[in-house]
Design a protein around this ligand. Structure first.
Ligand code: C2E
Ligand code: MG
Ligand code: MG
Ligand code: MG
Length: 277
């Protein structure tokens, strides 16, 4: 009885919580069928080198829900991770990316572009992950060194010896590994030198505060140095102003991504905009 009353009270005091929970349950259910119903698609956000020449793109997953409209990956990726749907979602993204890359490499003006795919640490923890990636690569005719997998600092919160081994296996397939959202998570200076990352992506939050915060500027400067010392290429994400770009180039960043240069866009728009430029 007391329990019952408590439950009713919760509902009465904060109806928004129930709405949120219902939405999460609903979305998790719908996500199961999103692939077969063709509600998922990819957008590409271009990346540029220091000379502001296009050098690659990041694949960003989109979900057009039939009732709720576009749902942010910040909302549906955590749901997918919670329910293990992330494995099939991730396989789908990788398959799309490999097909796109194979097409680009087949004699187009995009033959030397990198393509980055976000990978959840949950996927990496699945024992089948490396063989999945190997199989998908094998199904397409492509040079894997132009394919890059982005992992977040959550890798540092896993069983490190197993993760280190798995990451080496992935790299031996010929692809590249990137450490995404650097500076916000669990990075450990003890382990970072053991992980075979080719690229370090400075998180958007640091880029954001560059202009007004001197301490922040020193932090970013340090991250660029650290990345370079460890032999990584350093990319800044979320570049929104020309002042930020200027500072990042001064600090030695190798590549830039952000709304200042371009937003994520559909594949057709990307091709129309950048092919032959
Ligand atoms: P992320 O990998 O760090 O991707 C960068 C996010 O920053 C993207 O958000 C992008 O649209 C946004 N962004 C890029 N430039 C700017 C800028 O100048 N200003 C601002 N304010 N934002 C900018 P998006 O597309 O909403 O994706 C959010 C996150 O969802 C991604 O962060 C990534 O962690 C995750 N995600 C997206 N697609 C996938 C996927 O296929 N698999 C997995 N596991 N995660 C994904
Ligand atoms: Mg990313
Ligand atoms: Mg990122
Ligand atoms: Mg980020």
């Amino acid at each position: 009885r007391a329990k019952e009353a408590g439950r009713n009270q919760t509902v009465r005091f904060d109806p928004s919580m129930r709405v949120e929970l219902e939405r999460a349950v609903q979305l998790e259910n719908d996500l199961r069928r999103a692939i077969e119903h063709e509600e998922l698609y990819m957008e590409l956000q271009p990346q540029f080198d220091r000379g502001l020449k296009l050098v690659g793109a990041e694949c960003l997953l989109r979900w057009r829900h039939p009732r709720f409209g576009n749902i942010s990956p910040y909302e549906f990726i955590p749901l997918a991770e919670k329910s293990q749907l992330i494995d099939s979602l991730g396989d789908w993204v990788l398959e799309q990316a490999c097909r796109l890359l194979a097409g680009w490499q087949n004699g187009t003006g995009f033959a030397e572009l990198y393509l980055s795919v976000n990978v959840s640490v949950k996927q990496l923890e699945s024992p089948h992950y490396v063989s999945n990636v190997a199989r998908t690569l094998g199904q397409h005719t492509l040079s894997p060194e132009y394919l890059q997998l982005e992992l977040t600092e959550n890798v540092f919160a896993t069983d490190m010896p197993a993760t280190v081994a798995r990451m080496h296996e992935l790299r031996s397939l010929g692809l590249r590994l990137s450490l995404d959202d650097f500076g916000t998570g669990f990075s450990s200076l003890t382990y970072i030198k053991h992980l075979p990352f080719d690229e370090l992506k400075v998180d958007r939050s640091f880029v954001n505060d560059l202009e007004n915060d001197e301490m922040n500027r020193r932090m970013v400067n340090f991250m660029v140095q650290l990345g370079h010392e460890l032999g990584m290429c350093v990319v800044a994400e979320g570049v929104e102003t020309s002042r930020q770009r200027e500072l990042l180039l001064e600090m030695g960043c190798d590549a830039l991504q952000g709304y200042l240069m371009d937003k994520p866009m559909g594949i057709d728009d990307f091709t129309a905009r950048y092919l032959d430029t």
